[in-house]
Design a protein around this ligand. Structure first.
Ligand SMILES: N[C@@H](CCC(=O)N[C@@H](CS)C(=O)NCC(=O)O)C(=O)O
Length: 232
């Protein structure tokens, strides 16, 4: 049995971290049974980052490596129909989502305008987590944002970057079906992991305002959300 280790759920999605939600969605789209453990401690994870999986004693970290491992190990056909051009678009898409991650995370943890709301929602949903632990995580994230670079920009410039990422992703999205055709592929799990963590978030950050007004992305998000929530 595969075990997925990832961060806690929030606002109706299975992980408040986009990389973990991406793997959750991928496993569900592929109908692979798994046990889901929500943790905060990263020291036991490969490269000390979440998510990771344990598959009968084999531990794999990094969401893209996990997907590649599962496709290979279980002969999954989810991406089999992608053209070579779509495969390369998928790489660029995942890199754009990596960029969006920093903006989304910044909006929750660093921006003083939105931090109190994120903190309160998180503590309400997870009363077992101490306020001091969350404050310590915030200080840790300040360092991450500074060294990545996003922490050195004014909020307007940060959000400008995230909105450009969202616009680029929206431009790929067809009016019907999934990103590369009528059926879902791993790229849909990737988009869902990040977009759902913006769209279902209650606070009106610039990313959330854009997301809620983007019918192509919201339609896609709700379609994946329904697909991974039913029949399990
Ligand atoms: N490339 C990794 C990124 C995962 C990642 O960035 N995880 C972060 C949180 S979003 C983490 O666990 N950080 C722990 C830490 O910085 O201490 C993936 O695709 O899974």
């Amino acid at each position: 049995m595969i075990t997925l280790y990832s961060y806690p759920e929030l606002f109706g999605v299975a992980d408040n971290n986009p990389y973990g939600l991406k793997i959750f969605a991928f496993l569900r789209l592929c109908r692979i049974p798994f046990d889901h453990r929500h943790i905060l401690e990263v020291s036991g994870a490969p490269r000390a980052q979440l998510p990771y999986i344990d598959d009968g004693g084999t531990q794999v970290g990094d969401s893209d490596e996990i997907i590649a491992y599962l496709i290979h190990k279980y002969g999954l056909s989810i991406d089999a129909s992608l053209t070579p051009a779509q495969q390369q678009t998928d790489v660029m898409l995942r890199r754009t989502l990596d960029d969006l991650y920093w903006v989304m995370s910044y909006s929750r943890w660093q921006d003083d305008q939105f931090w109190p709301s994120f903190r309160d929602v998180f503590l309400r949903a997870h009363p077992e987590i101490a306020k001091t632990s969350l404050e310590a995580a915030r200080q840790h994230n300040f360092k991450r944002y500074y060294f990545q670079g996003v922490g050195r920009y004014e909020p307007g410039a940060v959000y400008g970057r995230g909105l450009a990422d969202l616009r680029a992703i929206a431009s790929l999205m067809p009016e019907t079906g999934y990103v590369f055709g009528p059926g879902p592929c791993s790229a849909d799990a990737s988009i869902y992991g990040f977009f759902a963590n913006i769209y279902f978030y209650e606070t009106e950050t610039p990313l959330k305002i854009y997301a809620a007004a983007c019918p192509r992305l919201t339609r896609h998000c709700l379609a994946v959300h329904a697909a991974i929530s039913s029949n399990f």
